[in-house]
Design a protein around this ligand. Structure first.
Ligand code: SF4
Length: 417
């Protein structure tokens, strides 16, 4: 079934490249060149060809090995969904709740502190603050709730939650949807890094019948603008693409090339997440199809060739648990946040792997799992101007000489994770 009610957008007719073409174009990228838009689009249209996928994956892996050798990273984190109210209604989302839902919840600062303490006790470094977009614009009851707690806005809630996390020794990473320049300026000193999935540059998906029709904050230009402001403000940033919500090949290529352009211009994009969409019961898109594994692997490899080599390539292991070796062989170098304490509130049906199991699986595929915090080692060691002094000091205190996580807790707790 088509994932949206939009008429199917045909991919442009083009001549299929041969495997030799793919190898030649990919080799040029490995040698430091860039994949042209028409080459990327031609390759995208041929990802069902196993030979093309193999050629792309081999080149993607070569780039990955040159950047990070056989190391693959993971961030042991806690996930705090500060509020699950959101003014948008994306057709695939089960995270957002309406204020009158029994599941609607906005964390108190005491609840935040309790989760953070649980994270500290299990050696987590990253406190991921993830929440709905601008709920105060849509819901008077939420505005009243914030006021009753002495908070003027969601941004103040985030600020105070991040402050608690820092005080208790954890490093916040906030993904709160669209934030203004003023809000980013306010939150930068209490965050080690921040993020916003670009998701897609497709304006078509904002049209009636599309998954983002009721989601003004999914307007691509708005999301691109926030990436630019984060770059101007020197905020270490996470972006990414959401695959399979109705976009076509050209739109996927454009999304990846847009992230690549932002990374090259501002130098602030630490990582790009390649996230395959999985339909969820109870949503408008519940009957849509997931992408098959070959397609996901093909896009991972193509993303590695499109993005600058220094941008880490992340795939969530709970959304591809049956294909971890294939993801690694296609250039993935990071598993993102994995929590021994909290579930993935965005994809609650997909449990995190136990960290010791992830370590074993990574090793079995020929790689070594290393732990990081919300900031990658080379950023901690080599980009001091991206951090406020307080955050910089905390980052260094939690890092070893190579910049990887140096946890103060007993490693044996991992076995319970
Ligand atoms: S913006 Fe995020 S939280 Fe809000 S409805 Fe869309 S996917 Fe859900």
């Amino acid at each position: 079934m088509a994932p949206t009610d939009l008429p199917a957008a045909p991919n442009a007719l083009r001549v299929a490249p041969s495997r030799a073409d793919a190898e030649r174009w990919a080799a040029a990228v490995v040698e430091g060149g860039e994949l042209e838009a028409d080459q990327a689009l031609a390759l995208a249209g041929s990802l069902r060809d196993a030979g093309i996928r193999e050629a792309l994956a081999a080149a993607a892996l070569a780039i990955k090995r040159r950047q990070t050798a056989d190391r693959v990273t993971v961030s042991r984190n806690i996930f705090i969904p500060l509020t699950n109210l959101c003014r948008n209604r994306c057709s695939y989302c089960t995270f957002a709740k309406l204020p009158d839902s029994a599941e609607a919840h906005t964390y108190t600062l005491e609840e935040v502190a309790e989760v953070v303490r649980g994270g500290v006790a299990t050696g987590c470094l990253e406190a991921l603050m993830c929440l709905g977009d601008k709920p105060e614009i849509a819901y008077g009851s939420y505005r009243e709730l914030l006021a009753s707690r002495g908070l003027s806005s969601t941004t103040e809630l985030i600020y105070e939650a991040c402050r608690r996390a820092l005080e208790l020794g954890m490093l916040p990473h906030t993904n709160a949807g669209i934030l203004s320049r003023e809000e980013l300026v306010r939150l930068r000193p209490v965050n080690a890094s921040m993020g916003l999935m670009l998701e897609t540059t497709s304006r078509r998906l904002r049209e009636k019948g599309g998954p983002h029709f009721h989601a003004p904050d999914k307007e691509p230009a708005v999301r691109i603008r926030m990436h630019e402001i984060a770059g101007e403000l020197k905020i270490p940033f996470t972006s990414g693409i959401l695959l399979g919500i109705g976009e076509n090949d050209a739109e996927r290529v454009d999304t990846l090339r847009t992230i690549a352009g932002l990374a090259r211009r501002w130098g602030h994009i630490q990582e790009a997440i390649i996230q395959p969409f999985h339909p969820k019961p109870g949503t408008k898109m519940r009957a849509a199809s997931s992408l098959d594994d070959d397609t996901v692997v093909g896009w991972v490899a193509l993303a590695r060739l499109i993005l600058p080599p220094e941008v880490h390539l992340q795939a969530p292991p709970n959304l591809g648990s049956n294909m971890l070796p294939r993801l690694l062989a296609a250039g993935v170098d990071d598993w993102g946040g994995v929590s021994p304490v909290t579930v993935d509130f965005i994809n609650p049906e997909a449990p995190w792997p136990a960290l010791h199991r992830l370590r074993e699986q990574t090793k079995a595929a020929g790689f070594e799992l290393r732990e990081r915090g919300p900031v990658y080692p080379e950023w901690i060691l080599g980009k001091p101007d991206f951090f406020d002094p307080q955050v910089r000091a905390l980052l260094r205190s939690h890092a070893n000489d190579e910049g990887y996580a140096q946890r103060k807790n007993d490693q044996s707790k991992e076995e319970a994770a």
